[in-house]
Design a protein around this ligand. Structure first.
Ligand code: ADP
Ligand code: ZN
Length: 573
C-alpha cells in the first residue's frame, strides 16, 4: 500500500522505465521493493534464476540517497552488472583482488566521496577495515546479498567468506538489507536468516548460536524477522507426470515412448529433449539404446573429456543435436528455449534438483512435459549414492542423513497423489502461486477423468482419507503403520488384539479394501503431511494439525487415490 512506501514522491514505475528500460514490474518485484523501502527493511527474496532479482536492489539503490553495497560471489557477475548499470548512467563499481593496487585506491577515494550508487564486492573484501570504513563514510543506503545460499554450510555452493556477512551487518548496521537466492528449501532459508543474524519468522525466540561467537546483537535486533518473499516458482506450461516402471529395461522403453510422443519421429524431432539418468553408465546405455531407435542422442557426464562435453553443449545449443542423455552434470548454463520434454529415467536426488532439471523444459512458455520414471530398485540405488561424498569417498553420517532426507521428500512427491504443481509449490513455500489443482498434471487429469466417469469418485476418496485419518487419530500412537492398516480393513490378529485395536470404533472402517490398499492410503496421508511418523526406534504415525483439518473437512482436499485406477498407473513396490 502507498503508505508503506518510503517517499510518496518516488515514482518507481517511471524510474523503472526511464533508468532500466523495463516496461513494468513483475508483481513480486514490486512487493520486494516496497518491503525494502517500507517498514520491513529486511527482506529475503527467493525467486528462480533469471527471474529478475537484481532489479530489486538496483532500483532502490538508484532511488535512495547514499551508496548500496552488493555482495556477490563471482567477479564475472559483478563486472556484467556494473557494465550494464554504467551504460544506463548509474555510477557503479566493483572491488576485486584482481585489480591493480592503484585502481583499488582510486575507487576507494571515490567511494568515500559518495561517487557511486552501487558498489559490488565479494564477501572476502569485508575482512578489510578500510573497506567497511569507506562504506560508512559514503552513507550506506542498503546492503544486498546476492546468491545468499552460499552462506549455507552444508549446501553445494558454500563459501566460507560468506560467514563474514553476519558480522559485517552488525558493524555496518545498514538500515535496509535484501538477501537474494534461488534456493528455496526451508532448511536453507532458515539457515540464511540465522547466519545473517535475524530470526526465523514464527520460530520461537531464536537468536541462535549459529551467528558465531561475536553475536552480541541487541535482543531487539536478534528478534528481527525478515519479510520473506518467495515467488515465481510456478511453471504452468509444464505438464508433470510420475510413472512407475519395473526396472531399467522398462524405464528405457518408457523413455523412448515418452520422447516419441513429445518430439515425434526420431529423425525429425520437433524441439529438443533431455533425458536424465542417475549414473554415468546409465546415460551411456540409454544413449546407445536410443541411437538404435534412430535418435541422434549423445551421453553427457562429468567423466567425459572437457572437449567432448563442450562439443555436446555447443551442438545442443546450436540446435544440431536434439537429444542429450545426461547425469545432473548437464544443464548449468544450458539455455535452449525449445526443450519440449525432460525425462528422468531415474529419480534425481531431491525435489529441488528435480524442479531445476525439469524446469529446463518449456522455457519458451509453450507446452512442455516432464516425466519422472520410478522403479523400486531406484530407492536402493539412491540409498547407496547418499552414502557417497562429492569426491567419491564416504560421506559423513550427517551429510548422508541429510541427502537421504532430501530424497525422501522426493518419494513423498511420488506418493502424494495430489496435484504435482501444488505439491512442489507447497514444498518451496510458494503457496501464493498454488492453483488448487493445475488441471493438467497426471494427478489432476486422473481426477478429472475419474470424476467425469464417476462423479462420486472424489467424494469417495475424500471419505476414505477422512476415515483413515480418524483411524490414525484413534490409535494415538499405540501402533505402527502395518497394524493400523490391518485395523482399517478389519483384519484381526493377535498383536492387534493385544493393543485393543479391534475394540476401536475405527476397526474395519474400510471394509471393502485390502491391506495393501490401506497401506497405500496411509502413504498418501504421510506424503501429504496429514500424518507424520515419530522419530522413535519404532516409528508410529500421529495425525498432524493439517490432518485434523482435513479429517474434520474444514479444508477441501483434492486427492485422487490410485485405488481404482488402471494397474500401470500404480507405482509398483
Ligand atoms: P536473477 O538475479 O533473478 O537471476 P536477473 O536479475 O539477472 O535475474 O534478471 C534476469 C533478466 O530479466 C535480466 O535481463 C533483466 O533485465 C530481466 N528483467 C528483470 N525484471 C524484469 C521485468 N520486470 N520485466 C522484464 N524483464 C525483466
Ligand atoms: Zn495438477
Amino acid at each position: 500500500t502507498a503508505s508503506r512506501r518510503l517517499a510518496p514522491a518516488l515514482d518507481l514505475d517511471a524510474l523503472l522505465q526511464e533508468r532500466f528500460g523495463i516496461p513494468s514490474f513483475r508483481p513480486w518485484q514490486r512487493e520486494a521493493i516496497d518491503a525494502l523501502l517500507g517498514e520491513d527493511r529486511r527482506v529475503l527474496l527467493v525467486a528462480p534464476t533469471g527471474g529478475g532479482k537484481s532489479l530489486c536492489y538496483q532500483l532502490p539503490a538508484v532511488a535512495l540517497d547514499g551508496t548500496a553495497l552488493v555482495l556477490s560471489p563471482l567477479i564475472s557477475l559483478m563486472e556484467d552488472q556494473v557494465r550494464a548499470l554504467e551504460s544506463r548512467g548509474v555510477p557503479a563499481t566493483f572491488f576485486a583482488s584482481t585489480l591493480p593496487r592503484e585502481e583499488i585506491t582510486r575507487r576507494f577515494s571515490a567511494l568515500r566521496r559518495g561517487a557511486y550508487k552501487l558498489v559490488y564486492a565479494a564477501p572476502e573484501r569485508l575482512a578489510f577495515d578500510g573497506f567497511l570504513e569507506a562504506l560508512q563514510a559514503s552513507r550506506l543506503s542498503l546492503v544486498a546479498i546476492d546468491e545468499a545460499h552460499c552462506i549455507v554450510q552444508w549446501g553445494h555452493d558454500f563459501r566460507p567468506e560468506y560467514l563474514r556477512i553476519g558480522d559485517a551487518l552488525r558493524r555496518l548496521a545498514p538500515s535496509r538489507v535484501l538477501a537474494c537466492t534461488a534456493t528455496a528449501t526451508r532448511e536453507a532459508r532458515d539457515e540464511i536468516i540465522r547466519r545473517l543474524g535475524w530470526s526465523v519468522p514464527g520460530a520461537e525466540d531464536a537468536p541462535s548460536d549459529l551467528a558465531g561467537p561475536s553475536s552480541q546483537a541487541s535482543p531487539a535486533t536478534a528478534r528481527d524477522a525478515p519479510r520473506i518473499i518467495l515467488r515465481g516458482f510456478a511453471r504452468p506450461n509444464l505438464h508433470l507426470e510420475v510413472r512407475g516402471v519395473d526396472g531399467p529395461r522398462d524405464a528405457a522403453r518408457w523413455t523412448a515412448r515418452t520422447l516419441t510422443s513429445a518430439l515425434g519421429r526420431p529423425r525429425t524431432p520437433k524441439g529438443a529433449g533431455i533425458v536424465y539418468a542417475a549414473t554415468r553408465k546409465g546415460t551411456e546405455k540409454l544413449a546407445t539404446a536410443l541411437r538404435a531407435d534412430g535418435w541422434n542422442a549423445e551421453a553427457y557426464h562429468a567423466g567425459l573429456p572437457p572437449e567432448v562435453r563442450a562439443r555436446i553443449s555447443t551442438a545442443f545449443a546450436d540446435r544440431e543435436l536434439h537429444l542429450v542423455v545426461a547425469t545432473n552434470a548437464f544443464g548449468m548454463g544450458i539455455d535452449r528455449a525449445d526443450v519440449r520434454v525432460v525425462v528422468h529415467a531415474q529419480p534425481p536426488s531431491s525435489i529441488e534438483a528435480y524442479y531445476q532439471e525439469v524446469g529446463r523444459a518449456g522455457r519458451d512458455g509453450l507446452p512442455a512435459s516432464g516425466v519422472l520414471l520410478f522403479s523400486p530398485a531406484d530407492i536402493a540405488l539412491r540409498r547407496r549414492m547418499c552414502q557417497l561424498g562429492p569426491d567419491g569417498g564416504e560421506a559423513s553420517p550427517l551429510d548422508a542423513a541429510r541427502a537421504w532426507q532430501l530424497f525422501r521428500e522426493l518419494l513423498r512427491y511420488v506418493d502424494a497423489w495430489t496435484c504435482r504443481h501444488d505439491f512442489i509449490l507447497r514444498y518451496f513455500g510458494d503457496e501464493a502461486e498454488s492453483l488448487g489443482g493445475c488441471g493438467h498434471c497426471d494427478v489432476c487429469e486422473a481426477l478429472v477423468a475419474s470424476t467425469t466417469a464417476d462423479p462420486e469418485a472424489l467424494e469417495r476418496d475424500n471419505d476414505i482419507v477422512r476415515r483413515a485419518l480418524a483411524g490414525v487419530a484413534r490409535v494415538k500412537g499405540a501402533a505402527g503403520m502395518q497394524l493400523i492398516g490391518s485395523m482399517l480393513v478389519g483384519e484381526s490378529n493377535e498383536r492387534l488384539r493385544r493393543i485393543g485395536l479391534d475394540k476401536l470404533s475405527t476397526f474395519g472402517v474400510l471394509p471393502a479394501r485390502t491391506h495393501a490398499e490401506a497401506m497405500m492410503v496411509l502413504r498418501v496421508l504421510l506424503a501429504n503431511g496429514w500424518i507424520d511418523l515419530t522419530d522413535s526406534e519404532y516409528p508410529v504415525p500421529l495425525i498432524t494439525p493439517a490432518g485434523w483439518r482435513v479429517m474434520r473437512a474444514e479444508v477441501p482436499t483434492r486427492v485422487r487415490l490410485p485405488l481404482g485406477l488402471s494397474r500401470r498407473a500404480i507405482r509398483p513396490r
